[in-house]
Design a protein. Structure first.
Length: 168
């Protein structure tokens, strides 16, 4: 029996290892993209519940990743590689904690309202007009559309008539 185990172990050691099909996607990049999309870090209410599973082996995308909410309750973020035959990953989002006796939020921006969309970073800000596609209170994340970009963007309501896209 020991001879058989030794021969089996030797055969396994001599067997060729499967080669990787090509370079792999950096999974931390997916975590960072989800954090930028949700506006919250991993483990924070409204952000990814946990990092992407490090056992995943995803081919590198030649196009930028496409992120969108999955489901009406926005409990997951769908991350996809838009390349032909690309992959997709669903990232669960931590539920926001709401105090039981929380007062109703006062709507600062109404759906369809014209807003100023500001992109702000360390030492700079750029503004342009846009339209709110959702209603939201101060601090809420809503979808907005600018004249320059046909696809909706997610921005945080700063005050009535002003939304911001923070850049880290």
């Amino acid at each position: 029996m020991a001879a058989f185990r030794h021969a089996y172990t030797a055969a396994l050691m001599l067997a060729p290892l499967p080669a990787l099909a090509g370079p792999l996607t950096d999974l931390a990049m997916i975590d960072n993209a989800v954090a930028a999309f949700t506006g919250q870090q991993i483990g924070v209410p409204g952000g990814a519940a946990q990092p992407v599973d490090r056992r995943l082996r995803l081919a590198v995308c030649s196009a930028p990743l496409a992120l969108s909410w999955y489901g009406n309750a926005q409990t997951s973020v769908l991350v996809r590689c838009p390349d032909a035959g690309g992959w997709r990953v669903f990232v669960p989002v931590s539920a926001a904690r709401v105090a039981p006796a929380a007062a109703p939020a006062v709507i600062a921006v109404a759906r369809g309202e014209g807003v100023t969309v500001t992109v702000a970073g360390d030492g700079f800000s750029v503004s342009q007009p846009g339209e709110a596609l959702d209603a939201g209170a101060v601090g809420a994340w809503i979808r907005v559309r600018t004249a320059a970009k046909a696809d909706p963007l997610r921005a945080r309501v700063v005050r009535p008539g002003l939304v911001e896209l923070p850049v880290d």
